[in-house]
Structures are given as structure tokens and as C-alpha cells.
Design a protein around this ligand. Structure first.
Ligand SMILES: [Zn+2]
Length: 122
């Protein structure tokens, strides 16, 4: 087993690998349909009803790195606003259906992301 972790690994892949290594079993990209709304969390613990999203800082507008783009505002700003709105709707719908939702920003260190997931599934 390699000790060094590639730094260019996508954050959700890194999180899946680490959870798997720790012995957790989950579904990936498992679609959940709620009142006609279809959401596809990155990681799903079906028995515990925990849905995990790893959100990209730019596309999901993280408060630290998700600065609104200054150019092409006519296109990008509404698109980012739609993403934020879609995230909010998905989170609310999952909560209403009794799911726990864990949203992890891609900038969060892996260990912190793992403990956020662990505190939801225990
Ligand atoms: Zn960020």
C-alpha cells in the first residue's frame, strides 16, 4: 500500500478511499428520489440515511474561495446562484425525508471530512 497520497486526487475520491480504508461501506452516486426531486449525493449510507456531498469551492460558492466571478457575470452569476439554490433545495428535501446531510467543502482537510462523516453515521 502506498503511504503517500497524491495531492491531485479529487477530494470526493480521496474521501471515499479513506472511508473505505477505515472499513465503512457506502454507495457512491446513489440517486435518492424525493417527491419527484432526484438528488445524487457523492456518498450515501443507505441504512443510516446519511447523504454526503463534497462540494467544489467554485461551483458551490464556498464562503472562503467561492468569490463571484467578475467577468462574464451575465452568464456565471446566475449559474452559480442556480447551483446554490439547487444545493439548498436538495438539502431541505433530504432533511424533510429524514436524511442527515453532510456537506463538505473540497478545501476541508481529509481528516476533518472523515470526522464530519463519522459524526453523522454514529
Ligand atoms: Zn473553499
Amino acid at each position: 500500500m502506498r503511504a503517500n497520497r497524491r495531492t491531485d486526487t479529487k477530494p470526493e475520491i480521496a474521501l471515499r478511499k479513506e472511508l473505505h480504508r477505515l472499513g465503512y461501506r457506502y454507495r457512491k452516486d446513489f440517486p435518492i428520489v424525493l417527491d419527484g426531486l432526484r438528488v445524487r449525493p457523492d456518498i450515501v449510507f443507505t441504512a443510516r440515511k446519511v447523504a454526503v456531498f463534497v462540494d467544489g469551492c467554485f461551483w458551490h460558492v464556498c464562503p472562503e474561495h467561492g468569490r463571484q466571478p467578475v467577468s462574464n457575470e451575465w452568464y456565471w452569476t446566475p449559474k452559480l446562484q442556480r447551483n446554490m439554490e439547487r444545493d439548498r433545495i436538495a438539502t431541505d428535501a433530504l432533511h424533510d425525508a429524514g436524511w442527515q446531510v453532510v456537506r463538505v467543502w473540497e478545501h476541508v482537510p481529509l481528516a476533518e471530512a472523515v470526522s464530519a462523516v463519522e459524526s453523522a453515521i454514529f
